[in-house]
Write a protein that binds this ligand. Structure first.
Ligand code: ZN
Length: 256
């Protein structure tokens, strides 16, 4: 149950003032408190690619799932000031569009970054990586579709930033031996999941949630003391199960 992550990787989603019923959004001021606290303690945020090329004790990896525009607007200026970089996981069928793929109570939608914003981040040194095309769980998909999601999203981002796309993040953090093998065959060097996921060489991450996580728990996630990890593990198990709602919505839609 208490499992140490191989690398200190944090997973964020939205950084926004727009309130919604969700554990994955953070208010900009909450995010700022966390980042400034880490900076004050000597930590430096890096993209996954940078970190793997040169892992240092005071480095940690910052990742943002789904590449929301709120991250560009509310996180990027602060991270630039602190000299932190990050990795964003892009959904190529949703560039500049609302997150209609997600379970969104009250129909409060969030926009994804567009091509221009991603290009700017790439120029600033961020890693632009793939999260597939449609944010579908790949474990129940036809192998041809899995291949298409992995390959086509990689091609779209490559042509957008004119750089190699080395990392893929599995939607909902779910995968199996088959999808991992396909992703590797296509040329992804790094594969990313969530905490519970650490098989087949997939890199695990600690998700940061609203309400339950503050600057102290974020630093605990990075430092990974066994005592803290125990509670972090339980928390994540509970909160991550909420993503089932999104998967159910997608299943319901498909069957209609
Ligand atoms: Zn996602």
């Amino acid at each position: 149950m208490v499992k140490k992550l191989k690398y200190p990787v944090l997973a964020y989603h939205k950084v926004t003032k727009q309130w919604e019923i969700s554990f994955t959004m953070l208010y900009p001021r909450t995010f700022e408190r966390q980042m400034r606290y880490l900076a004050t303690n000597g930590y430096v945020g890096k993209s996954l690619r940078e970190y793997l090329a040169d892992p240092k004790d005071h480095y940690f990896v910052l990742t943002f799932d789904d590449a929301y525009e709120s991250v560009y607007k509310n996180a990027y200026p602060l991270l630039k000031e602190l000299n932190f970089n990050a990795t964003v996981f892009v959904l190529t069928n949703y560039l500049g569009k609302n997150n209609t793929w997600d379970f969104t109570p009250g129909n409060i939608f969030s926009r994804h970054m567009d091509a221009k914003q991603l290009k700017i981040l790439h120029k600033e040194g961020w890693e632009i990586a793939s999260h597939g095309e449609n944010h579908r769980a790949m474990t129940g998909m036809h192998p041809d579709l899995v291949m298409h999601e992995l390959k086509h999203s990689k091609e779209v981002i490559t042509s957008l930033i004119d750089d190699e796309v080395e990392t893929f993040c599995f939607p909902f953090g779910v995968y199996n031996a088959g999808v991992v093998a396909t992703a590797k065959a296509i040329g992804y060097k790094n594969l990313v999941g969530f905490t519970e996921a650490s098989r087949y060489g997939v890199i695990s991450r600690s998700a940061v949630y609203r309400v339950v996580d503050g600057r102290f728990s974020v630093i605990r996630k990075i430092r990974q003391c066994p005592f803290d990890l125990f509670f972090e593990g339980i928390k994540e198990g509970i909160f991550h199960s909420f993503s089932l709602l999104s998967r159910l919505k997608q299943r319901f839609r498909k069957s209609k």
